[in-house]
Each structure stands twice: as C-alpha cells, then as structure tokens.
Write a protein that binds this ligand. Sequence first.
Ligand code: TXA
Ligand code: MG
Length: 321
Amino acid sequence: MASIGVDINLAKDHLEKGELVAVPTETVYGLAGNALNADAVARIFETKKRPSFDPLILHTDTIEKVRQFVVDIPEPLNILAETFWPGPLTLLLPRKKIIPDLVTSGLDTVAVRVPSHNLIRSLLSILDFPLAAPSANPFGYISPTRASHVNDQLGDQIPYILDGGDCEVGLESTIVGLEGDQVTVYRLGGLDIQSLEEVVGSVQVMAHSSSNPKSPGMLKSHYAPTKPFILGNLNDLINDYKEAGVEFAVLAYDQVFPNISSQFQIQLSPNGDSKEAAKNLFAAMRTLDSLDVSVILSELLPDHGLGRAVNDRLKRAAASN
Ligand code: TXA
Ligand code: MG
C-alpha cells in the first residue's frame, strides 16, 4: 500500500524521479506525474488502464505559468480564467509543442486547470514542471474524493498519496472551450453553468456522444459503480424491488425512507442543497457499491445549480447497466 501523508517535499522527490503521486484537489483526487516527462505520463495511462486516446489535464498554480504552455488564452476564455481560477474550471487552449503528445492524445489543444486546494497549490509552487493528473481511479469507475478511496484502488501501484482530507466540491471540474466564437461546455462539473453565464453570457452545452466523444469524460457510461444503478421515482422503485424480493440500497437526494434500515440508505443532502449533494455523491456511491445488495436505486435532483452536474453523473452511472 502507498504511504499517506502531507509531506509536499516527499511528493516532490517522487515526482522528480518520474514516479506518480496522488494529489488532493477541491474537485476530486488526481493521479499526478510530471507532465513534461513522457515516461511519467505513460505510467499514468498504465496505472489507470486508461485508453491513450483520452487526454489528460495539466495542473499548475498561476495564470503566468499557464502561458508558458499555451499559445494564447483567447477571449472570452481569459475572462473565465481571471474570474474562476484557482477553482473547478478546466479550459481547452491551443498548446505549445513543449507539452508531450501523449498528454493531449495528439490534439492541438491542451486542457489546463489551476486548482484551489491549498496542499496541491503548495506542491505546485515548489515544482518546476506542471502536473498531468486525471482523476485517481481505474478508468470508468467512480472518482475518489478522499485519500482512502485512492488507496483502496491504486494504493499498491503508487508510492505516495498526499492527504488533503475530503474534497470540498466533490465533482470533477467543468471543461470549457470554444467552438468558433461560442463558449462551449464539454463536461458539466463543479462550476455551474449560471456562474459561467454571469461572466460571458450564454454558453452552449455540448451533448455527449458515445461513438465520437470530443472528451471521453463525455462517454455515456462513465463514473460507474460495479452494481446495477437504477434511476427513477424512488417510492415506485422501492415498491417494485421489494415485491420482486431483490436486495437493494437507496441513494436519495433528501428524503428518508422509514421502512428501510438506515445502513441501506444514504441522503445526499438532508436539507436539499445541491452543493452538499455534489460533495457527498461519489463517497456515497462507493459506500453503497460495497454493500451486500444486488442493485442501487436512486433519483435525479432538481436540474439547476450543481444539481445539473450531479444528474449528469447519476445518468452516466445508470447508463452502464
Ligand atoms: O476536476 C478534475 O478535472 C480532475 C482533477 C484531478 O483535476 N481531473 C479529471 O481528469 O477529472 P480526468 O482525466 O478524469 O478527466 C479529464 C477529461 C477527460 O474526459 C478528457 O477526455 C478531457 O478532460 N480532456 C482532456 N484534454 C482534452 C482536450 N484537449 N480536448 C478535449 N477534452 C479533453
Ligand atoms: Mg476521470
């Protein structure tokens, strides 16, 4: 198993040797390597069993450093960067050749993000290279939001996990780029659409396609538990599955079901707060996935604020059934 701690100098030593370190961010934990070292980047793909056509996000700590890696930050993406970095926003920008092809899967844009979590910021500030970091989970599974999640799945493959506690946002970053002049969201995430639109006016959300994803985080089935995950009206679902005699667990938004033992139900936000639901979502999915039941029953949130991104993840989890 990996060592777990808060020693950024130890993390730096591993990274400088081309090894991988799991790092906390405000969204989810990342599996980080030196983005300018093609061997380290290759190791990220191997460790996650990630297909090489699925490009990685570059992480650094200042906009000035971002400019070393991209040709340009075109308006209005620049306004978004100035407004929301550091934070849960990833921008697709024209890349410079210094970025290895493997990071971008050969695309001419690179995905870049300046995260806000203090521990990764301290680490980035003492590194003289950016970090390539996908979410620190096996490809297709639920993203990790605490150090133990990473250790459970990748602990025997990496030397060190920087422990930054539970992720504040709990959903991956919102990925934004340009289609012509149109600001386009390629992945719904921890920064909601309304916040973007307050700064740059109306944005388009690009619907995913499983045949030709622009961004494989947009693959219809992704972020999925191993158990069948069923979405619908929870009262109806519970009746049906009880009647059929199937063992189930319930992932609810805010309602409590008095006839179901508390061990077999989780409320994402008892007060109906979509931000709190986002923060709790992935840990709750993991907990229910580990129970001795055959199926997880769940429901959508009201489709506004972060509810929209939570619903996106719930639908993708259900799509793998
Ligand atoms: O919050 C996050 O974004 C987390 C933390 C660790 O920063 N990272 C994360 O990375 O979610 P990952 O690799 O799990 O998802 C990155 C997504 C993938 O769906 C990938 O296809 C897309 O970003 N992506 C990366 N570079 C791209 C590019 N040049 N064009 C289009 N999509 C890109
Ligand atoms: Mg991921």
